[in-house]
Design a protein around this ligand. Structure first.
Ligand SMILES: NC(=O)c1ccc[n+]([C@@H]2O[C@H](COP(=O)([O-])OP(=O)(O)OC[C@H]3O[C@@H](n4cnc5c(N)ncnc54)[C@H](OP(=O)(O)O)[C@@H]3O)[C@@H](O)[C@H]2O)c1
Length: 396
């Protein structure tokens, strides 16, 4: 028999029981702005899975920067693209398969799962022989589409479902998908990381960085970790990192769209610091996602024939750099965006094998979802934040 709504944090019915309504953290077009104001809890109808879709009861949900972008409505008001007049973010989740739509074969009601956040049409040549990331209908679930994990139930394509690593709690399992799978594709697939290479990692203690560091250690590369305070280095030391740069000791950001001579001297000093740490080597790979403030430095410090792999631009997307250092030294700039199902599956296997571990720094109640995003917006967070949804104890 159908129930009206589940109590928040508790699951008192069998998987598969029809549920009419759910609590969700919702962004609306008329309140875009800082996350603390843009995100509000509302009660809405539980969506019905269509062909090839899966409804998942959300146990826990990971916080990512795209929730900040969706709240701000910048660089785009995402609802203009999704066609909905509301948006439920949350591109990471752990949970239980609750209902499957027609044609779904890879999971069944009751399965314990984690989700990756790439959606594509599944029917075009790119999806069926090349790379679903090249599909013209490729979208990031719960950013460019609706029905994410900041709700009691979320709606996904069946190909997004991956097995939950059994040794992880629900919170840990919800913490890694978006950032880890992105970092995996950036380094392994796109930048073709090799043992012994030096990798400069911006924001090494952040969501992406914490996995970039672990991937480097796993393949035998040498991470040079950029952080903004010594305290952020501690967790990275525990993961085996040894080389650190405190970026607050350097003034490398362009000023008003110009790299003046003083800033360029600072960029050179930053490059010398890398050489001092590595015994004279320049980075073979630069792991970029900061954008405007760091990109001139990334291009300059990268070694000859090196690769700058970039997936984001937190500080601005109109980038400046002196192109002479790119062509004369034959460097590559490589764009990278999330991951396809195969990248995600491969990366998830490394978690199952306990070779890569998720690090959760803070756990929030469902009602605190806007606060968690506000902390991220203000860069006052550390590592990974996770929201408890249909669990009561973070260790469940
Ligand atoms: N395309 C994709 O598929 C994809 C996937 C994931 C993320 N992204 C994007 O990548 C970016 C980072 O995501 P994240 O989850 O890692 O965010 P995060 O957890 O906030 O970490 C980013 C780190 O960058 C560092 N940082 C911030 N401002 C900086 C500055 N001005 N100069 C140098 N470093 C700075 C901070 O570390 P310190 O203060 O310690 O230096 C911060 O911890 C976001 O823009 C996100 O949207 C894109």
């Amino acid at each position: 028999m159908a129930v009206e709504i589940l109590p928040l944090g508790k699951v008192d019915v069998e998987p598969g029981t029809p549920v009419k309504k759910m609590k969700a953290v919702v962004i609306r077009p008329d309140r875009l702005g800082e996350p603390i104001k843009a995100m509000k809890i509302e009660e809405i109808d539980v969506p019905k899975p269509g062909p090839g879709q899966v409804l998942v009861l959300v146990k826990a949900a990971g916080v990512n920067f795209n929730g900040v972008w969706a709240s701000l409505g910048k660089p785009v008001n995402i609802m203009k693209y999704t066609g909905y007049d509301f948006h439920i973010g949350g591109s990471d989740a752990s949970g239980i398969v609750w209902e499957v739509g027609p044609g779904v074969k890879n999971c069944k009601v009751g399965d314990e799962v984690v989700l990756h956040c790439n959606q594509s049409c599944g029917q075009c040549p790119e999806c069926n022989g090349f790379d679903p990331m090249a599909c013209k209908n490729q979208r990031i679930w719960a950013y460019e589409t609706n029905w994410g994990s900041f709700a009691q139930f979320c709606l996904v394509q069946a190909q997004q479902v991956l097995p939950k690593p059994k040794h992880l709690s629900w919170v840990e399992a919800a913490s890694y998908g978006l950032t880890y799978f992105t970092a995996y594709r950036m380094l392994v697939r796109r930048a073709r990381i090799k043992p012994g290479e030096v990798v400069l990692i911006w924001g090494a203690a952040g969501g992406l960085g914490i996995f970039a560091v672990q991937i480097c250690k796993l393949v035998g590369a040498i991470p040079v970790c950029v952080v903004s305070s010594p305290s952020k280095a501690e967790i990275l030391r525990e993961l085996g990192a040894e080389l650190f740069i405190n970026r607050s000791e350097f003034d490398i950001a362009p000023k008003n769209g110009v790299i003046d001579s003083k800033t360029f001297e600072e960029i050179k000093r930053f490059g010398n610091k890398i050489r001092e740490l590595t015994g004279g080597r320049d980075p073979d790979i630069v792991f970029e996602h900061v954008g405007y403030e760091t990109f001139p430095t990334s291009v300059y410090v990268c070694d000859r024939f090196g690769r700058i792999v970039i997936c984001g631009a937190t500080t601005g997307y109109n980038l400046l750099f002196d192109v002479r250092y790119l062509w004369m030294r034959q460097k590559e700039i490589i764009g990278s965006h999330f991951a396809n199902a195969y990248d995600a599956w491969e990366a998830n296997e490394l978690i199952i094998q306990k070779k890569i571990k998720p690090i959760v720094s803070q756990v929030f109640e469902f009602e605190e979802t806007p606060l968690a995003h506000q902390l991220m917006y203000e860069n006052k967070h550390f590592g990974k934040m996770v929201i408890k949804v249909q669990i009561q104890d973070a260790n469940e």
